[in-house]
Ligand binder design. Sequence first.
Ligand code: PEP
Length: 241
Amino acid sequence: MRKIILAGNWKMHKTQAETLEFVAQFKPAIDDAPDDRGIVLCVPFTDLAILSKNLHGSAIQLGAQNVHWEETGAYTGEISAAMLNEVGVRYVVVGHSERRQYFGETNETVNFRLRAAQKAGLTPILCVGETKQQRDANETEAVIFQQLKEGLVGVDQSQLVIAYEPIWAIGTGDTCASDEANRVIGLIRGKLTNADVTIQYGGSVNPGNVDEIMAQPEIDGALVGGASLKPDSFARIVCFQ
Ligand code: PEP
């Protein structure tokens, strides 16, 4: 049985004070959300502890945006899975296109991070997707299949979420047509050994397009950047019809 998960990716946004303000408005706004869906907030490291304390008794689960593969050591600027676990993190985004593009993340380092997250009991959200140039060159499938092939070596598919995020759709307002996202997600599913993996779509999801996206049979949720920063917008997304 595939689980529906709506996850917000705040990227490098929100101080602790802004986080508390968000939660105060978001919690009541999702009171009526059906309980068939998981709700996750993937926030900056500095917001994790305070958010964790303020999520008790709510359906919201805590997520981070990166995790290192070593348990401890001289890795300035990185964070371990145990450190995330300690503050109540359950999900962690791995291999987001911004990490791949700006911070030298490769399929190999993505794989290391996925395995470290799982070893500590976290559920990674693996991001895959193609650039506009790759799409125009008909390389979408090849690129994604390679990301999966190299990224999923030794990864337990029973403790995994995948987000299909066409890079050209991220933060651009240029959403992938829902039937095309559905098609690519179906192809991704065909490469997996576990039929129950939740596969989300990500890329300019907003309150106006979420219902159509979530009506697609292969799409099990959304990874939401910009629209997850506003409590009313993200609440509307979480409460999709
Ligand atoms: C993202 O950050 O993963 C994302 C999909 O961003 P946005 O929703 O803003 O396109």
